[in-house]
Design a binder for this molecule. Structure first.
Ligand SMILES: [Zn+2]
Length: 148
């Protein structure tokens, strides 16, 4: 398969990687704390995976979601698996705030507002804590050996 951005590049800052999946911290100016869990190989749907692999992948998503909640203190978490452009399974873990650009709609919808600068600055300040927390919990669960 050609032109798959998730095969050709890491996709964002790699926080942790195993042979099966990787956890990414996305650098999105308007959505600090946006993370992704990406399966390394091409699989279109969760139900294409054997049950044990689905469960294992979702466990990673839950660890990331909890870390995003703890570090970013969002009003809501949005979890999304779209993959309409590439048959390459990945989960978006998105911290949402009532004053973010498109709340309460999805982040991919038309923005309703400009995010107040002080809100955005406060969220950006939490990124180092989020990075550390993600690493700490992923190391605890999967071991410190990571193929960065
Ligand atoms: Zn791919």
């Amino acid at each position: 398969m050609k032109n798959c951005i998730l095969c050709e590049t890491d996709g964002a800052e790699v926080i942790y990687r195993t042979g099966t999946w990787r956890v990414l911290l996305v650098d999105d100016a308007n959505l600090p704390g946006f993370c992704r869990v990406v399966l390394n190989d091409h699989t279109a749907e969760m139900t294409d995976l054997p049950i044990a692999e689905r469960t294992a992948l979702m466990e990673v998503v839950w660890i990331v979601e909890q870390a995003v909640r703890d570090a970013m203190q969002p009003d809501k978490i949005n979890l999304a698996s779209l993959g309409n452009m590439v048959p390459h399974l990945h989960w978006h873990i998105i911290p949402r705030y009532q004053d973010d650009a498109s709340f309460p709609d999805s982040i991919w919808s038309v923005p309703h507002r400009t995010i107040p600068e002080n809100s955005l600055a406060m969220r950006k300040q939490r990124i180092p804590s989020l990075r550390n927390l993600l690493k700490k919990r992923l190391y605890e669960r999967y071991g410190k050996k990571t193929q960065l």
